[in-house]
Design a protein. Structure first.
Length: 271
């Protein structure tokens, strides 16, 4: 479970292990890799200087693309199931909300004794009702005329804008583990090499490798850059990316570096 801090390190409820059945943290569903290598034909010439200057070139290119890693959207320290452990408790989905948005509200629920609890204070905390229906004993607070309000209490609008909300105490999350796919990436790299032959078995290779030659940003947990682990470091130190109550929730454009164009120069003596 603890591949990164964006995935809980233990089950949501150890007495209901089946609720944590889901894709692996390392489930990168699609990956495409293409490598191209071209040996530039030698130029025939009687001039040794010309031959040394224009011959021995090699060009290579690689393109790597993959889908993102799954992330478990969490409930931000709320012990929803009351088992004394908040690590695995997950957020809930509002199917009517705007994609990639979160809220610090709970679902609106009807209690067995007929009273109503709602808002961002949990059961018994009657704040402004901005929750949404989310399964279990929860309901859609809309009257017969289609007006969304609570006539017995007098509060008005219910916020349906957020796609993900926290799961309040005593409620059951309707999201599964690793249900959100983080962004993927695509990277094009280029390599150019020049070989200087001294004898049949000895040569010197001068090579330039340009990673992400187009300088295309990839705001992903991992952007495939072997020279930088900035994206992974950011992900493992910013767990708020997976918590709807956090300002950084699913904000990959602000959190992750996107990757940069980088170049390495190398000399290789072959014998």
């Amino acid at each position: 479970f603890f591949t990164s801090l964006l995935n809980p390190r233990r089950a949501q409820d150890t007495t209901q292990i089946n609720e944590d059945r889901g894709n692996s943290d390392l489930d990168v569903r699609h990956k495409f890799a293409l490598s191209v290598f071209y040996q530039v034909p030698n130029v025939k010439s009687d001039n040794a200087f010309v031959k040394a200057l224009v011959n021995g070139f090699q060009i290579g290119s690689t393109y790597l693309a993959q889908s993102g890693q799954p992330v478990t959207l969490q409930s931000g320290g709320i012990d929803s199931n009351g088992n004394g452990d908040t690590a695995g408790d997950r957020a809930s989905l509002n199917s009517f909300g705007t994609a990639r948005t979160g809220s610090d509200v709970y679902a609106v629920c009807g209690l067995p004794n007929g009273t109503t609890t709602f808002s961002n204070g949990g059961p018994g905390a009657f704040g402004t009702p901005t929750g949404v229906a989310a399964g279990g004993g929860c309901f859609d607070p809309t009257d017969a005329d289609g007006n969304t309000f609570f006539p017995a209490i007098g509060y008005t609008p219910v916020d349906y804008s957020a796609k993900y909300i926290i799961t309040g105490p005593g409620a059951r999350a309707n999201l599964s583990r690793n249900s959100f796919a983080s962004p993927g990436f695509g990277v094009l790299s280029l390599a150019v090499a020049k070989n200087f032959h001294f004898t049949e078995s000895k040569s010197l290779q001068v090579k330039a490798d340009v990673y992400n030659v187009l300088n295309h940003p990839n705001y992903a947990l991992s952007n495939g850059n072997v020279f930088s682990n900035a994206g992974v470091t950011t992900a493992t130190t910013t767990p708020g990316y997976a918590v709807p109550t956090d300002a950084n929730f699913l904000n990959s454009f602000q959190l992750f570096s996107g990757g940069i164009r980088s170049m390495t120069l190398s000399l290789k003596f072959i014998f």
